[in-house]
Design a protein around this ligand. Structure first.
Ligand code: ATP
Length: 351
C-alpha cells in the first residue's frame, strides 16, 4: 500500500517537532511494509507576514488528494490567534468537513498527574469534539460589533446533521471501548441549542442500547474532569466546550507535550488532519527542547486512521516504554533536561 501524506510543519516548535518526528514515521512505514510518501507545504505565519495569507488560494485543492495531513502547529506572537486560526486551521477543518476533533487522554506509566493518587492507566478516555459548527460557526450576517463598540453579537449554530453525526460517531466509539458515553452541554442556560443537542443524544442512544449515557453540564464536567477523571470513557461535546475540556484533559494527564489529536472526516471523502494539541509555543521555540511525543502519538493516530494498526501500535508502545524508563531522556516539560533530538533518537532505538 502507498500513501501520500501532506505535511504542514507550520510555525515555532511545529517545525521542530515535525522535522524530528517525520523520519520516525517513515521508518515505521518501512518496517511495516507500506510506502509513506510525503509532500511538504511551507505554509503558516512566515508566509502570512510576507504575502498576507497563511496558505495559497488553491491550498485546499492541493491537499485534497492526499490520504491524510500531518500538521505541526501554527501561531505567531505578532499575529492574533483568530488570524492564524481563520487563515489555515479552520479552512482545512471546514473545507474537508473534518467534523470530529478526536482527542485521547491517557495517563502513562512514568508520568505524574498533577492530581494526587492517580497512577498509570487510571485515566484513559477520549473526547469527541464537534469541529465544524456550534459556537465557532462564525456565520457573519447579524454577527457584529456595533453601537460604537458597545455591543458584540456572535451566534452559535447547531444543525441536526452536524450534531447527529458527531454524536453517532461517539456512540460508535463507545461500543469499541467500555460502553460509556458522557454528553456535555449547558442546557440549563442555553435553552435552544443545548436542549436540541440533548434531544439528539437521546434519539441516537436508542440505536445503542448497550451504551450507558451520562449527561453533564459543562461546569460540572470541568469539575469532574479533575475530581473523577477515571470514570470517563467517551465524552462528546460541542466545539467550544470540547475545546476547553480537552485542555483540562491534557493537563490532568501530565503535559500538553503528550497530547495528540485528529480532525477527522470518517467518510474518507476528504483527507483527515492530525496535529498535536499544543500550539507553536513561541516561549520555547528555537531552543530544541520541545517535547516531540505529542507529535509521535499524533503519528500513531494518523497510522491508525490509514488502517496501519501495527505501525500505530509500534509507535505508541515505543512512547510508553520510553516514558516508563526512568533513565530515558525527557524534555524539560516532563522534568528532564534532554533535547527534542535526544528523545527522538532514543525512540528510534526502541522502535
Ligand atoms: P499558540 O498561540 O500557537 O497556541 P501558545 O503559547 O498559546 O501558542 P502552546 O503553544 O500550546 O500555546 O503552549 C502553551 C505552553 O505549553 C507553553 O508554555 C509551551 O512552552 C508549553 N508547550 C506546549 N507544547 C509543548 C511541547 N511540545 N513541549 C514542551 N512544552 C510545550
Amino acid at each position: 500500500m502507498a500513501y501520500n501524506i501532506a505535511v504542514i510543519p507550520g510555525d515555532g516548535i511545529g517545525t521542530e517537532i515535525t522535522d524530528a518526528v517525520l523520519p520516525l514515521l517513515e521508518r515505521g512505514s518501512e518496517h511495516h511494509g507500506f510506502d509513506f510518501e510525503t509532500t511538504w507545504y511551507e505554509w503558516g505565519s512566515e508566509r502570512y507576514l510576507q504575502d498576507g495569507a497563511m496558505m495559497p488560494e488553491d491550498g485546499l485543492a492541493r491537499l485534497e488528494h492526499s490520504d491524510a495531513i500531518f500538521l505541526g502547529a501554527v501561531g505567531h506572537p505578532n499575529i492574533p490567534d483568530h488570524v492564524t486560526l481563520n487563515g489555515l486551521l479552520l479552512p482545512i477543518r471546514k473545507g474537508f468537513d473534518q467534523y470530529i476533533c478526536k482527542r485521547p487522554s491517557i495517563l502513562y506509566d512514568g508520568i505524574e498527574s498533577p492530581l494526587r493518587g492517580y497512577a498509570a492507566g487510571d485515566i484513559d478516555f477520549v473526547v469527541y469534539r464537534e469541529n465544524t459548527e456550534g459556537e465557532y460557526a462564525n456565520i457573519g450576517g447579524r454577527e457584529h460589533r456595533g453601537f460604537d463598540h458597545e455591543i458584540a453579537v456572535q451566534s452559535a449554530v447547531f444543525t441536526r446533521e452536524g450534531t447527529q453525526r458527531v454524536v453517532q460517531q461517539a456512540f460508535e466509539a463507545a461500543t469499541h471501548r467500555d460502553g460509556r458515553l458522557t454528553s456535555v452541554t449547558k442546557s440549563n442556560a442555553q435553552a435552544h441549542s443545548m436542549v436540541f443537542w440533548d434531544d439528539i443524544v437521546q434519539e441516537v442512544s436508542e440505536e445503542f442500547p448497550d451504551v450507558t449515557v451520562e449527561e453533564l453540564l459543562v461546569d460540572r464536567a470541568s469539575m469532574d474532569f479533575i475530581r473523577r477523571p477515571e470514570t470517563f470513557d467517551v465524552v462528546v461535546a460541542s466545539n467550544l466546550f470540547g475545546d476547553v475540556l480537552t485542555d483540562i484533559a491534557a493537563t490532568v494527564t501530565g503535559s500538553l507535550g503528550l497530547a495528540p489529536s485528529g480532525n477527522i472526516n470518517p467518510s474518507g471523502a476528504y483527507p483527515s488532519m492530525f496535529e498535536p494539541v499544543h500550539g507553536s509555543a513561541p516561549d520555547i521555540a528555537g531552543q530544541g527542547i520541545a517535547n516531540p511525543l505529542a507529535a509521535v502519538l499524533t503519528g500513531a493516530m494518523l497510522f491508525e486512521h490509514l488502517g496501519e494498526n501495527e505501525a500505530a501500535a509500534a509507535l505508541s508502545t515505543a512512547v510508553e516504554s520510553q516514558l516508563a524508563d526512568e533513565s530515558a531522556p525527557r524534555t524539560p516539560d516532563l522534568g528532564g533536561s534532554a533535547t527534542t533530538a535526544a528523545v527522538t533518537a532514543d525512540l528510534e532505538d526502541r522502535l
